[in-house]
Design a protein around this ligand. Structure first.
Ligand code: SAM
Length: 216
């Protein structure tokens, strides 16, 4: 998702106390110290990569004050919508990073993250772009480095081709699957599930939503 550039979004992102743009490696000084130096507590860190407009992670952060949430998004034009949501809720446990997740190991230390959410990640349908998919082996290897020993990845998508690819990649990387569903909302909206913006759209269109949870 890349929205039309919104005038002033870079300035607003710069001024926002709970958003870090990683250009010029800003933010890397927190590597291994996000809890002590940024959040000021020892709560577990849960992260959403490619959070888009932030409905999912903002809702979770409001429900779980004892978890530190970090939302990662590549584009300012999308991130600004998440900042709007968070501002109205004054959440202290939610940080946004504007960055390409390819660089995630430069910003997070071994074992620093307890959970990674991937929701409706871009499918990158061309074979030559497979390594850019957020569930490809190169990305799983990055997650392996930053997750703690009980860490999990949770992935949702309506794209069956991407889902099947992701299951194969988990096998190839030696991960274990804890949960797999090809139709999460078969009997109406699944309980204890927070819908993302994309999930709402595809659910309303009647597309089956796939979900997996996995650990190493
Ligand atoms: N998760 C949201 C949802 O379910 O509504 C947004 C889904 S949207 C299809 C995918 C988002 O991931 C886009 O906002 C895109 O900019 C972001 N994204 C894709 N690749 C990324 C990467 N390598 N690093 C950070 N964000 C990325």
């Amino acid at each position: 998702m890349r929205l039309r550039n919104i005038k002033g979004s870079d300035e607003r992102i710069l001024a926002d106390k709970y958003t870090i743009q990683t250009d010029g490696r800003e933010g890397a000084e927190f590597k291994g110290k996000w809890n002590s130096d940024f959040f000021g507590n020892e709560h577990p860190i849960h992260m959403e990569i490619g959070m888009g407009k932030g409905q999912f992670i903002t809702t979770l952060a409001g429900q779980n004050p004892d978890i530190n949430y970090i939302g990662i998004e590549k584009y300012s034009s999308v991130l600004i919508r998440a900042i709007d949501k968070r501002e109205s809720l004054a959440l202290e446990n939610l940080l946004f990073l504007r960055m390409d997740a390819e660089n995630i190991t430069e910003y997070f230390d071994r074992g620093e993250v307890a959970r990674i959410y991937l929701n409706f990640s871009d499918p990158w349908p061309k074979d030559r772009h497979a390594k850019r998919r957020l569930t490809s082996v190169p990305f799983l290897n990055r997650y392996d480095r930053i997750l703690d020993e009980n860490g999990i990845v949770q992935f949702k998508t309506d794209n069956r081709t991407l889902f099947d690819f992701s299951l194969e990649q988990l096998d190839e990387a030696g991960w274990q699957k804890d949960f797999v569903s090809y139709h999460l909302h078969e009997n109406g909206p699944a309980p204890d599930n927070i819908m993302t913006e994309y999930e709402e759209k595809f659910y309303n269109l009647g597309n089956p939503i796939c979900k997996l949870v996995a650990h190493r």
